[in-house]
Design a protein around this ligand. Structure first.
Ligand code: ADP
Ligand code: MG
Ligand code: ZN
Length: 484
């Protein structure tokens, strides 16, 4: 990049996860038959009055608090006028001068930097409907309109142009998504369009104080797409600047097939939305008590949780990042540690079992950890059985499979399958003696100093006992017999 620095500001539309829409009682459920979740309000019939969904306002306040924003005690709804068929009333109810939140911030953490990205505002607005231009694979010469989405509550989070690279933008969005998921104020499901982003990019020569002319890439809905689009746009703008031409302010679209941005429309500087306060909606008054109550509902957020996990559990960075990436996984981990009788030794083993065995199974079955057939108590019992040397890892894996199917206590499965470990010393000594005779070569090698030779003998005992011998006990018996 040498002489140029990119400035990127994001406008992120996040669908608030209320059961009903912002100004009517229609459900917000996704994937319904077109135009089944609609009523006179969200289809903009004349003469109807919107009724504000209080839960949506609370979700915005909560998100603002988590992002250290100032909450405006009095705010208004404004009408943003434009002519487009996805909002039949020809204006969108949004917020203009008095949004619910202003002046927030998010601490961006990448491997080599920590920096603050200021959040200009978070406001509440209604979503538009969806225009459909294709049916099956056929392009229509007319458009269909689905209003199921119209009137669903969105919070728009706007950042200052302080993000400087595609990677930073991706990190910002991942961290923001993570925080919102913790707060549970949105599902943040990008495939379902719960989180959509307009990306503003400009380039300036580093000797210039003023930011360059921005272009806006509309309606992005994947983080990897956003990264690609920013990278492309930075290169395109640098090429223009290097050939001493001017960037013209415009709105562009990302073509994910050709991996280029294309001009959509000149940003008419004159585009005037003629905002004015919506006379049908009374101002929102936010009390100190409400703010206090919502503040108390905010859970420990990812950064703090990460720091605590480092101190409390002595896990490595990979494990911690994985566990903290999802609040429910972090909760599952902590609850399992809580139930374990060997907390200190168990933490790393529990982390491993969750990250590999449990998550693999859950992913295969498309289940979330909340739906895990194995509860934390039984998971802790399984790990304790391993730590106490009651079962080998191999048996543990077998039991795990059964626990997953039957959701039962590992000790019951052990009993049922008669897999409880043989910890009877006399019986094991007999098997060990047999093992030494059958593996005389390995025994001799061991006696001559080749430590690893003992594995062959241990393996034989395990096979004889179908994996049920107590591994610690075999080891000590074999050592005793072989060093006599
Ligand atoms: P508009 O009125 O065109 O929507 P705003 O000033 O409201 O523009 O900013 C919208 C978004 O564009 C914000 O996220 C802001 O940070 C970003 N932005 C503003 N100016 C620039 C710039 N020169 N370069 C990159 N992003 C910018
Ligand atoms: Mg904009
Ligand atoms: Zn409705």
């Amino acid at each position: 990049m040498n002489n140029y620095e990119a400035s990127i500001g994001l406008e992120i539309h996040v669908q608030i996860n209320t059961k009903s829409k912002l100004f009517c009682e229609c459900p917000t459920s996704f994937g319904e038959i077109p135009n089944s979740n609609i009523c006179v309000i969200c289809t903009s019939q004349p003469g109807v009055l919107p009724i504000l969904n209080k839960k949506a306002v609370e979700a915005v306040i909560k998100t603002g608090l988590a992002l250290n924003a100032r909450i405006n005690k009095k705010c208004f709804f404004a009408r943003k006028q434009y002519f487009y068929p996805d909002i039949p009333k020809n204006y969108q109810i949004t917020q203009f001068e008095y949004p619910i939140c202003q002046e927030g911030k998010l601490i961006l953490i990448t491997s080599n930097i920590q920096k603050v990205i200021n959040i200009t505002r978070i406001h509440l607005e209604e979503d538009a409907g969806k225009l459909i231009h294709e049916f099956g694979n056929k392009k229509l010469d007319y458009s269909l309109l689905d209003l199921n989405r119209a009137g669903i509550g969105l919070m728009e989070i706007v950042t200052e142009p302080e993000i400087n690279s595609a990677n930073e933008a991706a990190t910002f969005l991942n961290q923001l998504k993570n925080i919102i998921e913790y707060l549970n104020t949105s599902e943040c499901n990008m495939e379902e369009g719960n989180m959509r982003c307009d990306v503003n990019v400009s380039l300036r020569n580093i000797v210039d104080k003023k930011l360059g002319t921005k272009i806006e890439i509309k309606n992005m809905n994947s983080i990897s797409g956003i990264k690609d689009a920013i990278t492309y746009e930075i290169n395109r703008q640098r090429y223009i600047l290097e050939s001493r031409r001017k960037i013209k302010q415009e709105t562009r679209l990302w073509d994910s097939n050709r991996k280029v941005t294309r001009s959509m429309r000149d940003k008419e500087n004159t585009l005037d939305y003629r905002y004015f306060i919506d006379p049908n909606l009374i101002p929102i008054t936010i009390t100190e008590t409400l703010i206090k109550n919502l503040n108390s509902e905010i859970p420990e957020l990812p950064i703090l949780k990460k720091n605590r996990f480092y101190k409390e559990y002595l896990l490595n960075e990979y494990d911690i990042n994985f566990l903290v990436s999802d609040k429910n996984i972090a909760d599952y981990f902590e609850k399992t540690v809580f139930f374990s009788k060997n907390k200190k030794r168990a933490t790393k083993i529990i982390a491993n079992w969750i990250i590999t065995d449990l998550m693999t199974k859950l992913n295969e079955n498309k289940l979330s950890i909340k739906e895990s057939p194995i509860n934390c108590e039984n998971m802790a019992k399984l790990i304790d059985l391993i730590i106490n040397g009651d079962i080998s890892n191999k048996i543990a894996r077998m039991i795990f499979e059964d626990m997953y199917i039957k959701s039962s206590d590992p000790r019951n499965i052990l009993r049922e399958k008669k897999l409880l470990q043989i910890s009877d010393k006399k019986c094991l000594t007999e098997i060990c003696n047999k093992a030494i005779i059958k593996n005389s070569k390995a025994a001799l090698e061991f006696k001559n100093g080749k430590q690893k030779a003992i594995y062959a003998i241990v393996g034989f005992v395990m096979k004889e006992t179908k994996g049920c011998a107590n591994p610690k006990l075999i080891n000590s018996i074999l050592l005793e017999l072989l060093t006599k």
